[in-house]
Design a protein around this ligand. Structure first.
Ligand code: FES
Length: 236
């Protein structure tokens, strides 16, 4: 049996891939994204959360693999021995910019208050990094905000939703609640709870994990926002 570190009789027999011309050893089961991140590459992501199963919906993490006709999502592609990967090229960076412009075209607003949650700045940061033009594409938008939800904890501003499903997945995979789900497809996609009602009438336990993982500020902590509003008014 091969030891974990890949060294057999003093010789390193770990599987290797080539990343932007550099040979890197990896552990079987690692994804291209995990290897690239470990090797110091900054591959952009939006639907990825290291706590969750890879989902592969946003395609921001696309990389080129020698022998493959089309770029592949690094977060869902397992590293294989001898693979040759390019994580950044003019073609790949151009693709990422266009993808970001499509995503941003879905949002009423890209720049949101950092108090909306731990990950709330991810989309805005990427739009800035790629100098993506959020007004390049116009048209239909998915997601309808449910600002009239009377629960006191979580703001559901789905006009800002990018359908990464991180909230749905964290609720299921980390909390085991399955309180949040997805209705419809395409431009009719809507993140929702059972019967499309208020969170208070659902299986939601208000753990806040969905707020913390949302990369666009579509979900926010009402208490934090109330505090800021209160402070801005100079109230004690
Ligand atoms: S981060 Fe890989 S597809 Fe979204």
């Amino acid at each position: 049996m091969q030891p974990m570190n890949g060294v057999v009789n003093g010789v390193d027999r770990s599987p290797m891939l080539t990343l932007d011309g550099e040979r890197i050893a990896f552990t079987p089961g690692e994804t291209v994204y995990e290897v690239a991140t470990r090797a110091g590459r900054s591959v952009p992501t939006l639907c990825y959360d290291p706590r969750l199963q890879p989902f592969g919906s946003c395609r921001l993490c696309v990389v080129e693999v020698a022998g493959q006709q089309a770029p592949v999502a690094a977060c869902t592609t397992h590293a294989t021995d001898g693979m040759e990967v390019t994580t950044a090229s003019a073609k790949i960076e151009g693709l990422r910019r266009t993808l970001l412009e499509l995503v941003a075209s879905e949002n009423r607003e890209v720049t949101v208050d950092a108090l909306r949650g731990h990950a709330s700045q991810e989309l805005a940061t990427l739009v800035e990094r790629y100098t993506a033009d959020s007004g390049r594409f116009v048209g239909a938008q998915s997601g309808r905000s449910q600002l009239d939800d009377s629960n006191p904890f979580i703001l559901r501003d789905y006009d800002l939703c990018i359908s990464c499903y991180r909230c749905v997945r964290v609720c299921a995979e980390q909390e085991g609640d399955y309180a949040i789900s997805v209705a419809n497809r395409g431009f009719a996609t809507q993140i929702t709870v059972e019967f499309g009602g208020d969170l208070r009438d659902s299986a939601c336990t208000f753990c806040g994990q969905c707020v913390q993982t949302c990369p666009s500020g579509a979900l926010a902590d009402k208490k934090a926002l109330r505090f800021v509003e209160h402070s801005a008014r100079g109230a004690p």
